[in-house]
Each structure stands twice: as structure tokens, then as C-alpha cells.
Design a binder for this molecule. Sequence first.
Ligand code: MN
Length: 414
Amino acid sequence: MASFIPVSDASDFSFSNLPWGAVRWADQTTHLATRLGDTVISLNLLRRAGKFASFAELERDTWNAFIDRGPEAWSAVRRELQNLYREGSDWISSPQRASCELLATEVSNVLPVHIGDYTDFYASRQHATNVGMMFRDPANALLPNWLHLPVGYHGRASTVSVSGTDVVRPNGQRKGPNDPAPVFGPSVKLDFELEVGVILQGGPRDGTGVSVEDAECHIFGLVLFNDWSARDIQQWEYVPLGPFLAKNFASTLGAWIVPYEALTEARCAGEPQEDPMPLPYLQQDRRVSHWDLTLEVAIATADGRETVVSTSNAKHLYWSFAQQIAHHSINGCVLRSGDLMASGTISGDEPDSYGSMLELTWNGTKPIRLHDGSERAFIEDGDTVVLRGRTTKGPRIGFGECRARVLPATPWQK
Ligand code: MN
């Protein structure tokens, strides 16, 4: 099925995608929107033109209320959009149509959901192994719990911003293993983390949790996510309660949430989990537990030129999103619509598939060379980090960009 709006083969926003986003429209108000090629379509204005009669939630400025309606509503709106914009549709010549569309260059993206809570997991075995080798003990890189449960921590929703928002280098406290005392100042090991997040529909309010079998019914869509990290601050502060100020200064969310339903053909098997077998509440059919999504990270220097520094894939996660959701809610923790759960850094087996500078440069000991001959151990002021992701096989469905430029730390004086 094709649309009457032309979409290039190289576009992430094919007719099979129809992502959920939010934009600042020409009238300076926020509209829920979708995108086809370079055309952004306001669902808010489509509704005012008489479409989506039973979905008043599309006139809000976040997707939360619509997410609450559940998977049947999500499918219904996708079907109506596909029907409106298919080749041969009468809508092409409707006088109301033009006012509902703008070019992507004419709008700016804003956060598509109000994120009440954000949780970050640690679900890639290669990433956890690499970090364990560098931060703790190469002989016992994985802690004893890692193969038994999806390790996670509660992140900070207030500092999640949409792609395109600058990130200020954090100030903080650090102390290397051989330093006599901690020092304070701008982080000298600023890093990205290549992650995929899911935006959730809420779970039962009575604390009965979401089973691993039902978990995917709660996934509204998938989105790119950069969980910015200050490795020097992290290494000093993280024992015993885990990440804190090294993580919560900024996180960057991709602008477009790719619908769960759009990614059916990208499903793939996950790594078998037999040694050890997870406890029963985490056991699932691994044949279609994952998504085959090509992911990449580029660093752009101030002149705008990019160097791709990592190519990875979402199938490298050990713990699936369904397992993360089931584990998160098994204790009675209530999930709410709009919550963000992110995978943790997704690193493949090969050194050029690692999803952070910490791993790519092995904690700064093997700097990466960029297109202009300059080297990076970590991210420098003026650098822009760009994550991209798309389906590996079948019709191209992609996430657009998750992009942020790093600004110098704010001077601090007592
Ligand atoms: Mn992370």
C-alpha cells in the first residue's frame, strides 16, 4: 500500500511507519502529529476537519490520554490515517487537506508525551560485561544477579528533553582510584548511551502487575534514547545505590515514537536463556521476543560533518522489553501511561558495535579518530551526538534522529 504523498526509499517515515510525535505548529501551539516522508500531518487539525470522531484525545498536546485508550484505539487511528492518505483516496483533493500539513522544516518537535516516570535498564550483556570489566573486576564482570533479573534504576523524568535540545556539560564531584581526594568541576568524561526506549500504557492500579505474556500490549511504541552519562562522576558516586548525578542532568528522547504495530515485520528471536533459566515469571517464548533494528551513533563536529562511531542492533539485548515490564511491575509497582522504560546501552559483540564512548575507547585508553583527524576519548564541547535507527529487513521504518549538541559547563562559584 502506498500513499499519495511521495516518500523516498531513503526516508525513515514510510507509509508503514506513521509515527506518533508532537510539534510546534505554525500557530505556535502544540499539535499531535504524524509524518510521511518530509510532510508532517497534524492530527489535531485532522480532527477539527471532522476525522477521528471518537478520539477527542487527539486534540491534547501530549499523547498520554490517547495512550490510555489502549491498543485497539491505536490501531483504529492508524487504519484511518492509512485510509485517508492512501493512493486513490478522495482526501487528496479536499480543500481542508492543505491546512493539516506542513513540511518538517516548518515545525519544531516537542516532547510527545508527559513522562511521569523514567526507568533505565541494563539489559545488554556485552555492555554490562564491558562496564564490569572496567569499573570492577575483569574476572567477575557480571554481578551474580545479572543473569537472573533485568537490573535497572529509577531515572529522572524532569530532565528528559526532545531531540534537538542542547545538553549542558554537568559539573560534579569526581575522584579517580589513585587521586588523594575528590575534586569538583565540569565532567571530563562526558558520554552518550545508545538505547531504545518504550513508551508505555499504564498497568493495573491494584498492584497485580503485568505478566510477561501481556507485557507487549502495554507498549505504545519504540523510540531512540540517549542516556547521557558522566563517567567520572559515575565511577565515584555509584556505590552502593547506583547512578545518580552522573545520569540525571540530561537524557535525549527521539522526536518520533514508532508504533508497536508498525514493527511487526521486524520481530526476531532473542538470545536463548537456558543457563541459567530465568524464574517462571520472566520466562517467555524467545522466538519473537526482540526487534531487528539497525542502530548507529555519529559524532558531528562543529562544522556539521559526521563520523559514524558505532553500529549496533536492538536484537543484542539479553532481557527483552516484555521481561523488563514484567519484572518492573511484579512487586506491585504501578506503571502509568506515558512512562518511559529504556533498554540500557545496547552493545554488540564487536568493538565497533559498542554503544558508549566508555566502551568504544575503553575508558579513554583507545581514542577514536574523527573525519577531521581529531581524536575523541569522550564527548567534547561543541560536539553533536546523533543516534539513528531503522528496520534491518523489509520496508524501511525508522526513528528519525535523536540529536543533541553539548554546550560548555556553567561556571560555578561559591
Ligand atoms: Mn543508560
